[in-house]
Write a protein that binds this ligand. Structure first.
Ligand SMILES: Cc1cc2nc3c(=O)[nH]c(=O)nc-3n(C[C@H](O)[C@H](O)[C@H](O)COP(=O)(O)OP(=O)(O)OC[C@H]3O[C@@H](n4cnc5c(N)ncnc54)[C@H](O)[C@@H]3O)c2cc1C
Length: 358
């Protein structure tokens, strides 16, 4: 029997596994997907073996960037063109969002006399102000680099994984707990179960006979990759569109697949709203995306779509009030790692994980 079970094989779940293993614990990671990596996986498209599955951006935190670079042994590059928000046809530095949200949080918490929050501002990575936009970084080859290094670390640390198995029910018992998998198989643990914000468990059953079924926020992340023949007019890396009913994000992934595409072709990834995706044909989506990119002067007027493909990644977010409820009712046998933001989720564990660099 394992001492600790971790749900998922995302980079965070894998680093937690390595950390606990170095503390002498026996660990098992369980994931319902066939391939480890969680949201940081790649898709084959069309002749390129590994293309990042969707549009991603990493929040800014210099200390965490340094740690990630050293621990994962991957090169992070400063985006040639920094991430931006498109609001009413204006290109605004993405970093401004951090300033605006920081001011909003401080005002809201001051009005509520939340001194705890105000005292802990220095330890909150998302509360920051900068006159000049911070320099956002990302792995040079995107999720391909992350995925490669996750697989390398699994092998190097000989981690034990149980893939392609969905955990449906968690039962907390006197000396640990039991996980009931889809199909009925039971996997026990004797110390702790570690979940992340994106773990989805149908039902928890506790020692006192009570049970709890969280209501998850379900989001289907839909992305369309396009090979476009044409030239970039305005350099961009990651764009967040604020006033569009069809597109919410656009990323230029051409540099991630350098050498794998003929000259004059671009690899663009576009995040689409589910409703629009379901109501438009593939051709309509391609036409809409291309005309939107031309309207924002991102690509040359003669640009054409050579081909495109889409993927859907369903995600289930645990409501934060459920974290405390589940941890309390399980007598701390269930622990959560908050993980809705990649960089901040590592920042929160940086003190613990710093020993992994020794
Ligand atoms: C589609 C998507 C896009 C994202 N984009 C960004 C971004 O641009 N920038 C950013 O900073 N952060 C982003 N995030 C958040 C970031 O990916 C997470 O911080 C990080 O991946 C942490 O991993 P996680 O384990 O919580 O979730 P995931 O990476 O989703 O991994 C969880 C894994 O556990 C599996 N799983 C869940 N429940 C069970 C179960 N009951 N039984 C078995 N397996 C289970 C899932 O299928 C999945 O494979 C994104 C997340 C998603 C899902």
């Amino acid at each position: 029997m394992h001492q600790v079970i971790i749900i998922g094989t995302s980079p965070l779940a894998i680093v937690e596994s390595i950390y606990l293993r170095k503390k002498g614990k026996s660990i098992l990671n369980i994931d319902d997907k066939k391939v480890p990596g969680g949201a940081w996986v790649t898709v084959k498209y069309p002749d390129i073996p590994e293309v990042e599955i969707g549009c991603h951006v990493w929040s800014y935190n210099r200390k965490t960037y340094d740690w990630l670079e050293e621990f994962f042994q991957m090169n992070l590059g400063v985006h040639e063109s920094q991430p931006k928000i498109i609001y009413k046809n204006k290109f605004i530095p993405y970093d401004l969002k951090a300033n605006v949200l920081s001011v909003k949080a401080i005002i809201q918490n001051s009005l509520k006399f939340n001194f705890e929050f105000l005292k802990s501002i220095r330890s909150k990575p998302d509360i920051r102000f900068s006159l000049l936009p911070a320099k956002y970084k990302y792995p040079i080859k995107g999720a391909k680099d992350i995925h490669f290094n996750v697989k390398r670390l699994i092998e190097k640390n000989q981690l034990e994984l149980l893939m392609d198995n969905l955990v449906e029910v968690v039962k907390v018992v006197k000396n640990g707990g039991q996980l009931i998998l889809e199909g009925g198989k039971v996997v026990p643990f004797c110390e702790e179960l570690v979940l992340t914000s994106l773990s989805r468990i149908k039902r928890f059953e506790f020692e006192d006979g009570s049970s709890y079924a969280p209501t998850y926020r379900e989001v289907n992340y839909i992305h369309r990759h396009l090979i476009i023949k044409g030239n970039i007019r305005k350099r961009f890396s990651y764009l967040r569109l604020m006033n569009d009913k069809v597109i919410h994000r656009i990323s230029d992934m051409t540099s991630q697949v350098k050498g794998e595409l003929p000259d004059g072709q671009l690899l663009i990834c576009v995040g689409l709203f589910e409703e629009s995706y379901n109501s438009m044909s593939e051709r309509e989506q391609e036409d809409y995306i291309l005309s939107n990119m031309k309207q924002h002067k991102l690509v040359s007027p003669d640009a054409t779509v050579l081909n495109s493909d889409s993927n859907v990644f369903p995600s289930f977010y645990t409501p934060s009030k459920a974290f405390e409820e589940i941890t309390r009712r399980s007598n701390s046998k269930i622990r959560f790692l908050r993980s809705t933001d990649f960089v901040y989720s590592f920042y929160n564990q940086l003190q613990r994980y710093s020993s992994l660099l020794d």
